[in-house]
Design a protein around this ligand. Structure first.
Ligand code: COA
Length: 381
């Protein structure tokens, strides 16, 4: 297209509404507030399924039977250990660097120790998929232990990945409620269609780059406060609100100053995000059990106030913040937990992209000058 005909093109800001891939992995119906994983409703999945079962569904496109689910679970847990050099690298990072920055570096470093990294065959990709899914939670738990001056722990083969994550992070076995809450949190965060980080992963995979590169790029996209970085900011806000009675004034003040309320609004959902129902429930149950009822009450009042004032609903980051807080995850690690869960979806999308690949390479509209006269450097003022 010549520069003269550029006028006919128009950039779609934020690619809003652009269909950029065919997928069977998940479906977001923003108008009716529905979310499907491989055709199954998220409410059934959140009520009934385990994390391993959900990942099997996302990756294989069908529900596993009992033996398949348990074998898959054991295969993943067996891959949770990290190369010692990666643990050493965690020790070398400055204590104030953000855990998401460390996680991004650690995944990139893992590539150098993975024997299959440059092998893009289907068999090698599934081996890397299991390793990455298992290693990401370990990186997060180990980083927290190291920064707290505590020894890193080995995974317990009796636990699934979510329970192992809590055990390796905190050093104590989670209760039945905590295990289920962590599992549901990871299930709900596992995939969400073509969000910014998943799109990033697919763009990288479409160049036929390796899986570790695609996940490292996705981590960079998830880190931003308009995407996965919102959950940390939600918790900071909730902890900053003195009590339930001050919520309305606090939120009114933010809205008057044109500040965004983190954990609210969504590009696709025009009604309540279906994941909110489950996260709200576990936030309430966990806060009640931990004598942190006031935090959940503040969150509920924030929700009511924002819905009334702006007509926008909480997104997945809102109650995932109070759930994680009640589970003992420090706020600066919230986005890394989102990443650990979303690694399942990123991998499903990377493999779907490889299976029917075409280089993702959009175009832009040139809006710069076209007739400038060149001036040699010696003659420039
Ligand atoms: N707080 C206050 N106002 C908000 C808002 C929020 N969290 N989210 C959207 N709005 C308002 C905008 O100010 C805008 O109002 P205006 O038309 O009067 O200017 C309107 O709603 C549309 O917002 P826009 O930014 O165009 O929507 P988007 O589709 O680009 O944004 C998000 C989607 C997620 C980026 C946005 O809702 C947001 O910034 N949320 C907070 C961050 C967050 O929680 N991210 C996690 C997403 S899962």
């Amino acid at each position: 297209m010549s520069i003269e005909t550029q006028e006919e093109k128009a950039a779609i800001r934020g690619l809003e509404g652009v269909v950029a891939a065919d997928t069977t992995i998940s479906f977001v119906d923003g108008v009716h507030g529905r979310l499907l994983y491989q055709g199954y409703d998220i409410h059934d999945i959140a009520e009934e399924m385990t994390y391993a079962e959900t990942v099997f569904l996302l990756w294989r496109g069908r529900l596993p039977n009992l033996a398949e689910r348990d074998a898959f679970r054991s295969e993943i847990v067996a891959e949770m250990r990290l190369p010692s050099q990666v643990v050493e690298m965690l020790r070398l990072t400055p204590p104030n660097s953000h855990p998401m920055a460390v996680l991004r570096t650690a995944v990139s470093m893992l590539a150098n120790f993975d024997p299959d990294v440059e092998n893009l065959s289907s068999e090698a990709n599934w081996r890397k998929a299991k390793r990455l899914l298992a290693q990401v939670p370990t990186i997060i738990a180990d980083l927290h232990r190291i920064r707290s001056g505590l020894p890193v722990l080995s995974p317990d083969p009796n636990f699934d990945v979510p329970a192992n994550f809590l055990y390796m992070l905190r050093g104590s076995a989670p209760t039945a409620l905590e295990r289920r809450a962590m599992e549901v949190l990871m299930v709900l965060l596992a995939d969400h269609e073509l969000n910014a980080s998943t799109f990033t992963a697919r763009v990288i995979a479409s160049t036929l780059s390796d899986m570790h590169s695609a996940i490292s790029g996705a981590l960079g996209a998830l880190k931003g406060s308009l995407h996965g970085g919102a959950n940390q900011r939600v918790m900071e806000m909730i902890l900053d609100i003195p009590d339930v009675g001050t919520v309305q004034d606090y939120i009114a003040g933010m809205l008057e100053n044109k500040k965004r309320i983190m954990g609210f609004g969504h590009r696709v959902y025009r009604t309540e995000d279906p994941r909110t129902r489950h996260l709200r429930k576990y936030s309430e149950l966990l806060c009640e059990t931990n004598n942190q009822q006031e935090l959940h009450d503040i969150a509920r009042r924030v929700e009511q106030t924002v819905v009334e004032a702006k007509g926008i609903y909480p997104n997945v980051d809102f109650y995932s913040a109070t759930v994680q807080h009640a589970l003992g995850v420090p706020p600066e690690y919230f986005t890394t937990v989102f990443a650990a869960a979303r690694t399942a979806g990123w991998i499903a999308h990377i493999i779907e992209q490889y299976a029917d690949n075409r280089l993702i390479r959009p175009t832009s509209r040139y809006v710069g000058e076209t007739t400038l006269t060149f001036v040699p450097i010696s003659q420039r003022p």
